[in-house]
Ligand binder design. Structure first.
Ligand code: CA
Length: 225
């Protein structure tokens, strides 16, 4: 398992000791620094727990500088409980905010939530679905673009969803009920004529590259033309 690195920026030794112990117990790789200068020179971390009240710099300035590192999440920590400071911290780019004194359980829950969000945001480009190719047709799920022999084809939202679903399962038949469910959702109550209308429209638009074959009483299947 990947160990998450947390940088604790805290000038109060007693507070810092408690934090470092709690975070190490929770299996984080923890480094602690007591000044803004050391915080800026510390090795990269996945998350910075940043005390905004530091002796050598304005905490918000430091927050803005650390924010320029896109890989690092920041939780601002402050003794000041006024809403104005919280808003300032969040506007300056903190992912979350805790006010001293706070419990370890609350802090760990916030750290988990922030790391989950940042990991999900980072993972998106890599985990984007790859394009689907069938003959001359190429569907790109992440950009929702459709190309036919290199030229863009203009599809409506539902047409794209329908074509993508058929393409993903080609050369298997996709049942009508499943197409209606997945493209229009369970709330869809209209007749399945809408499905046939969309298939007809797709045939007109991409019919030279792919053949959307009717399997009577079952559904549709996408074949190369
Ligand atoms: Ca402090």
């Amino acid at each position: 398992m990947l160990v998450m690195r947390i940088l604790v920026v805290e000038d109060d030794d007693r507070v810092a000791r408690g934090l470092v112990t709690a975070l190490r117990t929770a299996s984080f790789d923890v480094q602690r620094v007591a000044t803004a200068e050391r915080a800026l020179n510390a090795p990269p971390a996945d998350l910075v727990l940043l005390d905004l009240g530091l002796p050598d710099a304005d905490g918000i300035d430091l927050l803005r500088k650390l924010r320029k590192r896109p890989q690092t999440a920041i939780i601002a920590v402050t003794a000041r409980s006024e809403e104005r400071d919280r808003v300032r911290g969040l506007r300056s780019g903190a992912d979350d905010y805790v006010v001293k004194p706070f419990g370890v359980a609350e802090l760990l829950a916030r750290i988990d939530a922030v790391l989950r969000r940042t990991r999900a945001a980072r993972a998106q480009p890599e985990e984007a679905e790859p394009p689907i190719r069938i003959g001359e047709l190429m569907l790109c799920p992440s950009t929702r673009r459709t190309r036919l022999g290199g030229d863009l084809v203009s599809l409506t939202r539902k047409e794209f969803d329908l074509l993508a679903l058929l393409a993903q399962h080609s050369p298997s038949v996709v049942e009508r009920g499943r197409l209606l469910d997945q493209v229009w959702g369970e709330a869809w109550e209209a007749s399945s004529r809408t499905l046939d209308t969309h298939v007809a429209s797709l045939r007109a638009k991409v019919g030279e590259a792919v053949h959307i074959r009717t399997v009577r009483g079952v559904g549709y299947v996408l074949d190369r033309a």
